[in-house]
Structures are given as structure tokens and as C-alpha cells.
Design a protein around this ligand. Structure first.
Ligand code: IFM
Length: 487
């Protein structure tokens, strides 16, 4: 996809509803830094990133974008962008260092000040309670494989609802529990780095349960609260559309990736085929009476994170088995009990993550949820692309980043959201990932997703062309041409 190809897109110029929310997103561990300041306790990502060999170049979130100290400047950028909303996450170990027990007043004050300032500037705070930074003490007691972690999360959610109250526009319980469970406990490419398939399935359930307990606690404190969860739902293609074996591979991956969450959240039950497929790993006896009813409370909004698609086939059993699922390589599979499914490379173009660019997959995903759960409000809570950006000094002496591939990516994905709206899906907002370059987990600082460039040695923020383009989208509520990105 190039600028030239999208410049003449028929979608350019289409308008979006006045109340559609345009926003950007970040997460605490990826931007805050100040890992040992302000009374913050250690999280699993501190431990993991400080373990040799776990992250690219040994990068850690110790300093990150230094948002903890520069947050006022970052709010200024948000105001200048003209966004309606900002999606941030609360670092659990900053507000409750041990994951249980007393709150850290300094940590709570940090988020209260940030949220109040956002509101003063007319920016709605969309707050995620868990974007992967589990307090280390809870992991030491078993982590998400342990039911008590879900119970602690429910109490943490209650405390945050009490402390922050009506300031928060939307409460998102979890971000991408798929990653927390399978990358954290099966393939080990995310913290805590465990490679125990049975623990990964227990984590799936305890994360779902944590959502349910948190939703109930938030509504108990704030009866009118808007409660959501964000999932990274997978769009899965068969390698050979005429193959029954490949269709079954799609079904298997859909069960693990999508229906393991959508089932209990929206249908009140785990899918029977998921339980059967994984029976050799666990009997799911960690699911207790009443759990699925608690998980299936009404959702005010389903957050969907979308970047690309995956393609699968039945592994023929000969030669090297490919696991090109875009989530990093490991000797251990993220795909529990699916050793006979192979992830195959897809046609490009690709981002710097090696992820294929396929905007139509986003329309397909939104319409799938719309069809299966008519009337369920949705928002695209993350979408964006990493590219190898270059900072240049233009003739006028200003630093610039001419990231035309990111502008084209955003343009085409926003157009894809427009297509879903046209087809009747109830999509309420779109959040670009990310406001700024940041710590991309196992990839460290090597992958830049921001619409603001961050110079890590100095912390300096520079607007990329995509930021100018996004500001124009947010102010006009009309899809600008990709050529409209220069200030
Ligand atoms: O950076 C992450 C984010 O934390 C969760 N969703 C995907 C992004 C890009 O990998």
C-alpha cells in the first residue's frame, strides 16, 4: 500500500458521526518510566525485562517515555491533536504496590491529576485497569493461574472506582487477555515468561473471571458506570479455502483466540469445542458454579484491537512447522493443544512488525461481532502500525517525520471502520495506537508505533506527519486525503 494507491481512495472525504470518538491510546508500562519512584511496586514486566535475554537489547520500561514526569506536556499534545478521548492504563503496582492491601496515595494522585487535567481540556478519559503489569507479589503467589489473582483484581477495581469515581468516562477492565494468558503462560514471550499450557488455560478463565468481578465492583460503587473490555480478536483465514482440514484449523484457532473470551463474556458459556480440543491439557475444573454468569454481565462497550490477519492450515506433519502468528518466536507454542495447526506467511505488504496490512479484515471483524451480537456497541480501541521512521530536518529547519506509510495505514483502516458503519455496525470510536513511540514489550524500543516520535535519550516529542493527519481527521470528522498530512 502506498500513498499513491490510497490518494484516490473513494473513501476519502467520507464523514463520521459528530459523536464518534476520535482518540489515541497508550499503556502505563509502555510510557511512564519512573519504575521505582512515587511508591510504585515491582510488576511482572519489571522482573521479565530485567531478566537477560527476554527483551530486545535488554530494554526495560525503567524510563520509557518518561511520561510520569512529562505528562503535562503529553496532555498538551493531546489537546493540540484535538482528540475527543484518550485511552490510558493505570499501573496496578503504582496504585497498590502489592496487588492487595493499602493503596499508594502518591500513585492514585498521579492518575487523579492526569484525569482531571484531561477533563479540563475536554478530553474524555477511557481508563484500562490492566494492561499487563501485574504486581510481582501476585505472580509470586501463582499469578493468573491462581483464582485469588482474579479476586484481588476485583478489589483493586473497586478501589479505583471509589478513588476516581465519575471522572472516568469508560472503565475498561482488561486489555487483550489473550496476550496475558497465552503469551505470558504458554509461549513465554511476555511476562511472566512461563511455558505451562495448563496454566495458560487457567489464566484465560481467571482473566475472564477478573473482568466479571471488576465489572460488578465498579457498578456497585458507580451504578451508572460504562464498563468495557478490550479484546485483540483474530481474523483467521484458511490457507486453502476449499480444504476441510484448513477449515477445521480455523475453527480451532477461533476457539482459542476469540471464543474463549467471547463465549463466556457474551454467551455465558465456554464453547464446547474449546473444552473438547483442550481436554488433554486440562479438565477446566477451575471453572466454578456461577463463574460464567458473573463474567456475562452486560457490556456497555466492546473494545476491539486490530492490526492484521492470520492464515492457518492443518500441519502436514513433515518438515518444519511454521508458527508465523506475528506474536514472536518461542520454542513453546502460544496455541495450546493446537500442535497440528500451522500459521503460514501471508501476502504483504507488511509493517515493521512483519504483520500484513489488510484493512478489510477490520471491517470483517466489526461485522462479525455486529452479526453475532446485534446492537452491541463497539470501539476500535487500538489500530496502528510500526514503521522504521526517520527524523529529518526540512528546509525550514524543523524536525519532521514523513511517515507516509503510517498515514496510508491509518487512512485505510479508518475507511474500513466507515465501511462497517455503513453496513450497520454500532462503532462508537477509533483510537490510534499509539499517541507516541514507546516500549513495545519483547521488542523493546526497536518498533515505533507512535504518531508522535520520541527521541529516547532526550525524551523530545516530534509530531510525525501522521499526527498532523490525525489532527485534521479529529477536527473535520471527515477522512482526509493521505496527502493532507504536512503542516
Ligand atoms: O503495543 C501493543 C499494545 O500494548 C497492545 N496491543 C498491541 C500493541 C502493538 O503490539
Amino acid at each position: 500500500m502506498t500513498t499513491a494507491e490510497t490518494a484516490g481512495s473513494p473513501a476519502t472525504g467520507r464523514t463520521f458521526p459528530d459523536d464518534f470518538l476520535w482518540g489515541t491510546a497508550t499503556a502505563a508500562y509502555q510510557i511512564e518510566g519512573a519504575a521505582t519512584e512515587g511508591g510504585r511496586g515491582p510488576s511482572i514486566w519489571d522482573t521479565y525485562s530485567h531478566t537477560p535475554g527476554r527483551t530486545r537489547d535488554g530494554d526495560t520500561g525503567d524510563v520509557a517515555c518518561d511520561h510520569y514526569h512529562r505528562w503535562r506536556e503529553d496532555v498538551d499534545h493531546l489537546e493540540r491533536l484535538g482528540v475527543d478521548a484518550y485511552r490510558l492504563s493505570i499501573s496496578w503496582p503504582r496504585v497498590q504496590p502489592g496487588g492487595r492491601g493499602p493503596l499508594n496515595a502518591e500513585g492514585v494522585a498521579f492518575y487523579r491529576d492526569l484525569i482531571d487535567t484531561l477533563r479540563e481540556r475536554g478530553i474524555r478519559p477511557v481508563v484500562t485497569l490492566y494492561h499487563w503489569d501485574l504486581p510481582q507479589e501476585l505472580e509470586d503467589a501463582g499469578g493468573w493461574a491462581n483464582r485469588a489473582t482474579a479476586e484481588a483484581f476485583g478489589e483493586y477495581a473497586r478501589a479505583m472506582a471509589t478513588e476516581l469515581g465519575e471522572r472516568v468516562e469508560v472503565w475498561t477492565t482488561l486489555n487483550e487477555p489473550w496476550c496475558s494468558a497465552y503469551l505470558g503462560y504458554a509461549s513465554g514471550v511476555h511476562a511472566p515468561g512461563r511455558t505451562e499450557p495448563a496454566a495458560a488455560l487457567a489464566a484465560v478463565h481467571h482473566l475472564n473471571l477478573a473482568h466479571g468481578l471488576a465489572a460488578a465492583a465498579i457498578r456497585d460503587v458507580l451504578p451508572g458506570a460504562q464498563v468495557s473490555i478490550t479484546l485483540n480478536l483474530h481474523v483467521i483465514r484458511p490457507d486453502d479455502a476449499s480444504s476441510e482440514a484448513d477449515a477445521d484449523a480455523v475453527r480451532r484457532i477461533d476457539a482459542l483466540a476469540n471464543r474463549a473470551f467471547l463465549g463466556p463474556l457474551l454467551d455465558g458459556a465456554y464453547p464446547a469445542d474449546l473444552l473438547a480440543d483442550t481436554a488433554s491439557v486440562t479438565d477446566w475444573s477451575f471453572v466454578r458454579d456461577g463463574d460464567t454468569a458473573l463474567i456475562a454481565q452486560p457490556l456497555d462497550l466492546l473494545g476491539i484491537n486490530y492490526y492484521s490477519t492470520v492464515r492457518v492450515r492443518r500441519y502436514a506433519g513433515t518438515g518444519e512447522r511454521s508458527e508465523n502468528d506475528g506474536h514472536g518466536s518461542s520454542a513453546h507454542s502460544a496455541w495450546v493443544a493446537a500442535g497440528d495447526v500451522e500459521f503460514v506467511t501471508q501476502p504483504g505488504p507488511y509493517t515493521a512488525m512483519g504483520w500484513n496490512i489488510e484493512p478489510a479484515g477490520l471491517t470483517e471483524l466489526l461485522l462479525r461481532i455486529h452479526t453475532e451480537h446485534p446492537g452491541l456497541p463497539m470501539a476500535v480501541t487500538e489500530n496502528g502500525a510500526a514503521f522504521d521512521d526517520e527524523v529529518v530536518t526540512d528546509a525550514d529547519g524543523r524536525r519532521r517525520v514523513h511517515d507516509e506509510r503510517r498515514v496510508a495505514y491509518l487512512h485505510d483502516h479508518v475507511a474500513a471502520v466507515g465501511d462497517a458503519l455503513d453496513a450497520g455496525a454500532d462503532v462508537r470510536g477509533y483510537f490510534a495506537w499509539s499517541l507516541m513511540d514507546n516500549f513495545e514489550w519483547g521488542y523493546g524500543y526497536s518498533k515505533r508505533f507512535g504518531i508522535l516520535h520520541v527521541d529516547y535519550p532526550t525524551g523530545e516529542r516530534t509530531w510525525k506527519d501522521s499526527a498532523y493527519w490525525f489532527a485534521r481527521l479529529a477536527s473535520s470528522r471527515t477522512l482526509p486525503p493521505v496527502t493532507a498530512s504536512t503542516p
